[in-house]
Ligand binder design. Structure first.
Ligand code: NAD
Length: 338
């Protein structure tokens, strides 16, 4: 059985990834430090979905969840225990999703990004060098394109001008991974995710905060007159793409490229104000809008060119935003009705 380490498994994309991979017959070890960047009850609820009860979680102890899934609470900065985990399991592949996410938080809390995204990522690379894996996939971000890229964003465009520390750490990850891939022949795929949304999502993201505020009759903060454009990517499509890539690389070890950077996005940018109108329709309530100036670190627009992705796995991640927002809203209402 193919054994995969999914880091960030208590996170939004990590939970969906672990769910899909276990359903597809992979043996999955999920790792997360369950940090308090946002409500940890949501992280525990995601783990519950994977058969892990909060009471059984202990630092550095593997806990059995649903068939094919084990969870370990661990901090990626804990190099010694991370190496020991790699030694115990001899993973076939790594899907590295753990990171300090969020552009705005990086303006006020830069150190968290250095700890998780630089030091943590370095430890993952070192562990892959010491206990070789067939494929290391890791999450990069559309934010690496900054404000100077030409839409739609192509992987070979200049990404030397990140406008937030978050983006800079993701770009640094791509560079570190390239070097490790080159020096130690580690097959590596860095995936530039574009605004991923959906059920079990992240409470710090706009669509989530807007839904909460609209339902609670509170004002929503809309930056830059709602004119920012985002390429909203539905989480279930995204993780299907991750699984296809994983499968392809594991079945084709000789591969064409040991190192690759790929965009994975819906490839249909939407103006934030239009997203708000869609939410209003779905929630059957008007938003109370507070317009605010643009935020430092926010890029004006994102738009994925997915030609390379489609060439690699013959997969179209496109999913209609109305449908995706509706399934998010349904999840939100039932989750918070408890
Ligand atoms: N959601 C998006 O729109 C989006 C867009 C671009 C890139 N990404 C990237 O995708 C990945 C997953 O994002 P997400 O939206 O699921 O975020 P998330 O915050 O829900 O998940 C990340 C998880 O990683 C864990 N984590 C953080 N630092 C850690 C550390 N040092 N050791 C162990 N665990 C740690 C957190 O506890 C969290 O559960 C991240 O790398 C993020 O930067 C996400």
């Amino acid at each position: 059985m193919t054994k995969v380490l999914v880091t960030g498994a208590a996170g939004f994309i990590g939970m969906h990834t672990a769910q899909l991979l276990t359903a597809e017959g992979y043996e999955v070890i999920g790792l997360d430090n369950i940090n308090t960047y946002y409500e940890i009850d949501l992280k525990y609820a995601r783990l519950k979905n994977l058969g892990i009860s909060k009471e059984h979680i202990l630092y550095n102890k593997e806990v059995q969840g649903v068939s094919g899934f084990k969870f370990i609470e661990m901090n990626l900065e804990d190099a010694g225990n991370l190496i020991a985990l790699f030694a115990r399991h001899q993973f076939d592949a790594i899907v590295h999703l753990a990171a300090q996410a969020g552009v705005r938080y990086s303006i006020t809390n830069p150190k968290d990004y250095i700890n998780s995204n630089i030091n943590g990522f370095f430890n993952v690379l070192e562990a892959c060098r010491t206990f070789p894996v067939k494929h290391l996939m890791f999450a990069s971000s559309s934010s690496v394109y900054g404000n100077s890229a030409e839409a739609p964003f192509k992987e070979n465009q200049m990404t030397d001008s990140p406008i937030s520390l978050y983006a800079a750490t993701k770009k640094a990850n791509e560079l570190f991974a390239y070097t490790y891939s080159h020096l130690y022949s580690i097959a590596c795929t860095g995936l530039r995710f574009f605004t991923v949304y959906g059920p079990w999502g992240r409470p710090d993201m706009a669509y989530f905060m807007f839904t909460k505020a609209i339902l609670e009759n509170k004002p929503i903060k809309v930056y830059a007159n709602g004119l920012l454009k985002r390429d909203f990517t539905y989480v279930e499509s995204l993780v299907k793409g991750l699984q296809k890539l994983l499968e392809k690389k594991l079945n084709d070890p000789s591969g064409t490229m040991p190192f690759q950077i790929l965009n994975i996005g819906n490839s249909e940018p939407v103006v934030v104000m239009d997203m708000i109108h869609k939410l209003e329709g779905i929630l059957e309530k008007k938003a109370i809008i507070e317009y605010l100036p643009p935020q430092p670190g926010d890029v004006d627009s994102t738009f994925a060119d997915i030609t390379q992705l489609q060439r690699t796995i013959d997969f179209d991640p496109h999913f209609a935003l109305d449908e995706g927002l509706r399934s998010f809203a349904n999840w939100y209402k039932s989750f918070y009705a408890k």
